[in-house]
Design a binder for this molecule. Structure first.
Ligand SMILES: *[C@@H]1O[C@H](CO)[C@@H](O)[C@H](O)[C@H]1NC(C)=O
Length: 454
């Protein structure tokens, strides 16, 4: 009994287990768009007509009709609906005219309107790990049938024709069309597993956590993204233990991509080294000249040590992994590191360290999408702490430097960080998704992209 309970509970636990770094919710808008464009790309209409016109071995000619041809296949109208737990139910409404010679030698035309229905089951390809649709239970449902045969030949001939022939022939003609469309839809997932570069610093791969799930309103794809350094070391996503949820205020039928803060943090870990910078420009933006003279205005001891003004050189080293956090509407990038200021010496001599400060500061992140990459731009949110670790000019109160360092971070360091971030973070490549129209929202512990079709 206990064991059974555990099986059930443990099963539930693994299901709600901490989550994938990214979630994708595909609504009907995207599925309709994809299937429709797959229909266009696969030239299904032409293929159906060509198929229909072919002489096929093994198919008996229709009794009483010779020289049969299919023409005027009508532009198919596709209707999709989600089948929870399975995939997508697809109905293709179309029609066609079948021509031939009747047994009394007259030209005859039969115009049928029909629906082809099938269930496209959503699976995960065992070999590639990619999502695939596979059609099942294809059926042809006849709607209206019109003919130019004299009415006294109806309904007998027609009924026979329908029963014995159309029902047998049409699925063979029409069902491959459904499969052909799916081939095109499936192809659009093909790049999903590819490792996408983050500059020269590493790659990210959107690997499926499990078989996508289908509900009555959407398909959900859970990703366990793999973030890798060039040498192949994988950066583990921090397990925050929180389950990520899509906010439920999105329009029905719409599609969203959710990227967790833990995932973005792992991606930024690839860039970590680039956040260490040396800054030695004398004039930076609106800042006063970067010299010991300026610094002496805050710490008089600097003037004692350097009566003659020297240019400053600043070294910033981020010594803890930077971290992205998100609260509704606001996202921060946390930096812990050291800031060391040096006075430049005469030619050939190494700069002399004035002091080394330990600093914790936050940057506010603004997200956008450019060329299907997530872009981040930061600005200084707050300098949270500053503490002196060493000094060659004697003790001083580092608080006196708060304003100076805050301005320095904003004007000199943040532009360097933004330069590094320009590389952009790749978004999952699937179904020819164009992310450039996406609307971005910061929610609890995640960024949600509301995907829009062009
Ligand atoms: C064909 O499909 C359309 C759209 O789903 C539906 O309105 C129509 O009733 C169907 N016709 C038949 C004969 O099943």
């Amino acid at each position: 009994m206990l064991r059974i309970l555990c099986l059930v509970l443990c099963g539930l636990l693994t299901h709600t287990r901490a989550d994938p770094g990214a979630l994708l919710r595909l609504g009907m808008d995207i599925m309709n768009h994809e299937v429709q464009s797959a229909m266009d790309e696969s030239h299904i209409l032409e293929k159906m007509a060509a198929e229909a016109g072919k002489k096929r071995p093994g198919v008996k000619p229709i009794k009483g009709i010779t020289d049969m041809k299919v023409k005027d296949v009508k532009l198919p109208v596709i209707t999709l609906s989600f089948t929870p737990g399975v995939g997508i139910f697809q109905c293709v409404s179309t029609g066609m005219t079948i021509t031939g010679k009747s047994f009394i030698g007259k030209n005859m035309e039969i115009t049928v309107v029909l629906n082809i229905t099938a269930t496209n089951r959503l699976l995960q390809d065992e070999e590639t790990g990619l999502p695939v649709f596979k059609s099942e239970g294809c059926e042809v449902i006849l709607g209206s049938v019109k003919t130019n045969l004299p009415s006294n030949m109806m309904p007998n001939v027609i009924n026979k024709f329908l029963d014995s022939t159309l029902h047998k022939i049409l699925p063979g003609l029409m069902c491959p069309a459904i499969d052909a469309v799916l081939v095109y839809v499936n192809k659009k997932w093909a790049n999903l597993n590819d490792a996408m570069p983050i500059g020269q610093m590493g790659t990210v791969k959107y690997v499926l956590t499990s078989i996508p799930t289908t509900t009555a309103n959407y398909i959900q794809v859970d990703f366990s993204p793999v973030v890798q350094q060039p040498k192949g070391n994988t950066i583990k996503l921090a397990d925050t233990g929180e389950a990520h949820e899509f906010p439920d205020d999105y329009a029905e039928g719409s599609s969203q991509l959710l990227l967790s803060a833990a995932f973005l943090t792992a991606e930024l870990a690839l860039l970590q080294k680039s956040f260490d910078v040396n800054i030695q420009d004398k004039m930076i933006g609106e800042l006063p000249p970067q010299t010991t003279n300026t610094l002496a205005g805050f710490i008089p001891k600097v003037a004692e040590a350097y009566p003659k003004s020297k240019p400053l050189m600043t070294q910033i080293r981020i010594n803890k992994p930077s971290k992205v956090t998100m609260k509704a509407g606001k996202s921060l990038l946390h930096f812990h590191g050291t800031l060391e200021m040096f006075a430049a010496q005469r030619r050939g001599k190494a700069p002399a360290s004035l002091f080394l400060l330990e600093a914790h500061f936050n940057l506010k992140i603004q997200y956008s999408v450019r060329e299907d990459r997530l872009q981040m731009t930061t600005s200084l949110d707050r300098l949270l702490s500053l503490s002196r670790k060493s000094s060659s000019i004697g003790a001083f109160d580092e608080k006196e430097l708060t304003g100076f360092i805050t301005d320095f971070l904003q004007e000199a360091y943040i532009p360097a960080v933004n330069d590094v971030l320009q590389v952009g973070l790749p978004l999952p490549d699937f179904l020819d998704m164009n992310y450039n129209l996406a609307e971005l929202n910061i929610v609890e512990n995640a960024l949600v992209l509301d995907l829009k079709l062009g």
